[in-house]
Design a protein around this ligand. Structure first.
Ligand code: ATP
Ligand code: MG
Length: 361
C-alpha cells in the first residue's frame, strides 16, 4: 500500500501560518504552485492523510521540515531515519524526489550549480535517453541545498550555493496536461514566486509583474519540455519569446531556465515547428549517461542487507552503472536475500527485469 502521511495536530497551526509567510494568499495558490489538486492541499492543511510524495512537496513549498511536522507513531519516534524503515532502499521507476535516495552525478551537479551560483544566472539543458535520470536530477537540484542534514546520507554534499535560502525554484512538469494551458502555467509560475496573480492573467501582465517583482535568484525547471512543445498549442513562439526576454532583459540576471529532454533544445524546436530564439539560450548542455563506478558502488552499498562481493561485481558489470539498471538488479538481489534464496537463480530473474531498459546500455 502506498505510504501516506499527515500533519501532526500540534503542527497544524504552524503549517497554516506558513502559507501567508511564504506568499501564498490562498490555498489554491499553493495547490497551483505545487501542481496538486486543491483537495490534497486542504487535506494536508487539516491534518488528513496525503501521499508521501505530496506531503514532502507541500512541506518544502512552505519551507517546513517534513519529518518534523509529520505525525509519527509513538514507537517509531526514537528512530531518526523513519524513511529507511518504511521505504524500499531501491526505487525502480518513479523519479527520485527525496535527495537521500539520489546517487552520483557529482560532475553534472558541480557544473550546474556553478552556472547558478554566480551572477548572471545561466541556462542549462539536461539531455538523456528515456529513463536515464533527468527528472531525478531536476528534483535534486531543487531540493538538495535546502534539505536538513539529518535527512541526508552521511557525507552527502549540500553546500552547493552560497545562500541557498535566497533561491526560488519552480518545477514545471509538461507531462501534466494542466500546465499546457498558458494561463494555468503562468499561474503556476507566479504561485511559485509568491507573486499575486494579475487580472487578466495574460502574457503581457505576467511579464509586467514578474519583471517588477522578481528580485531574488530564481530557477525555473522545465521537465519534458518536448511534451509542452508538441501538445500545447497555447505555448506558441510568442510565449517562448517572452520567457527569453524575461531571462535576458528584465530580471537583472536573476532568472535561469534548466530544461530536461531527450533531444537538444534546438532540435526540439526544429522538430516541433518552433522558431523562437528561446531555444538558443541554453549555453550549457549535459548528457546523462552511466554513473561512475564509485557512485554505482555507493548506491549498491545502500542495501540494508550486505550483498556478497561477487554479486556486487556482477551488478556493476550487468548494469554498466546506469542508475535504473543498478536499482533493479539491487532490488532483485535484496528480495532474494530477504526470501532466504540460495544460489544464483535470482540473476536470471534480475536480467529479465532489466530487459525493457536495455536501450540505456
Ligand atoms: N541519480 C540517481 N540515483 C539513483 N537512482 C536514479 C538516479 N537517477 C535515476 N535513477 C533511477 O532511474 C529511474 C528513472 O529516473 P527518472 O525518472 O529521473 O528518469 P528520466 O530520464 O526522467 O525518465 P523519463 O525519460 O521516463 O522521464 C528512477 O526510478 C531510479 O531508479
Ligand atoms: Mg522524466
Amino acid at each position: 500500500m502506498a505510504r501516506s502521511l499527515r500533519v501532526a495536530p500540534e503542527y497544524i497551526k504552524k503549517v497554516r501560518l506558513a502559507l501567508p509567510i511564504k506568499g501564498y494568499a490562498t490555498q489554491e495558490s499553493l495547490a497551483v504552485s505545487a501542481g496538486l489538486a486543491l483537495s490534497t492541499v486542504k487535506n494536508f492543511l487539516s491534518g488528513k492523510p496525503v501521499s508521501y510524495g505530496n506531503f514532502v512537496e507541500l512541506s518544502s513549498k512552505l519551507g517546513l521540515d517534513w519529518q518534523e511536522i509529520a505525525h509519527q507513531e509513538p514507537d517509531k519516534q526514537q528512530h531518526p531515519y523513519i524513511i529507511t524503515q518504511e521505504r524500499s532502499p531501491f526505487i525502480t521507476g518513479p523519479p527520485i524526489i527525496h535527495p537521500r535516495y539520489f546517487f552520483g552525478r557529482e560532475k553534472e551537479l558541480k557544473r550546474l550549480f556553478d552556472l547558478l551560483k554566480r551572477h548572471p544566472l545561466q541556462n542549462a539543458a539536461i539531455l538523456g535517453k528515456k529513463r536515464s535520470g533527468k527528472t531525478s536530477l531536476l528534483h535534486y537540484l531543487k531540493n538538495i541545498t535546502r534539505t536538513p542534514t539529518v535527512q541526508l546520507r552521511s557525507g552527502q554534499k549540500l553546500d552547493w550555493l552560497p545562500h541557498p535560502s535566497n533561491y526560488q525554484w519552480i518545477f514545471v512538469d509538461f507531462q501534466d496536461p494542466r500546465l499546457g494551458k498558458q494561463q494555468r502555467l503562468l499561474r503556476h509560475i507566479l504561485g511559485g514566486l509568491g507573486i499575486a496573480v494579475p487580472t487578466p492573467c495574460d502574457l503581457d501582465n505576467f511579464m509586467d509583474v514578474v519583471s517588477h517583482n522578481l528580485r531574488s535568484p530564481t530557477v525555473i525547471l522545465l521537465d519534458e519540455i518536448g511534451a509542452g512543445l508538441q501538445r500545447c498549442l497555447e505555448l506558441d513562439d510568442r510565449f517562448w519569446d517572452s520567457l527569453r526576454s524575461l531571462a535576458t532583459n528584465y530580471t537583472g540576471g536573476n532568472l535561469a531556465f534548466i530544461l530536461a529532454s531527450p533531444e537538444s533544445p534546438i532540435q526540439l524546436a526544429r522538430n516541433t515547428g518552433h522558431s523562437s530564439p528561446f531555444f538558443n539560450i541554453f549555453g550549457y548542455t549535459t548528457t546523462l549517461g552511466a554513473l561512475t563506478e564509485a557512485e554505482a558502488r555507493e548506491l549498491i552499498a545502500n542495501s540494508p542487507m550486505l550483498f556478497p562481493p561477487e554479486d556486487v561485481e556482477w551488478i556493476l558489470t550487468q548494469s554498466r552503472c546506469f542508475p535504473l539498471l543498478v536499482q533493479i538488479l539491487c532490488r532483485e538481489r535484496l528480495f532474494s536475500l530477504e526470501d532466504g534464496q540460495i544460489g544464483d537463480s535470482w540473476r536470471q530473474e534480475a536480467l529479465q527485469q532489466i530487459q525493457s531498459f536495455t536501450h540505456l546500455l
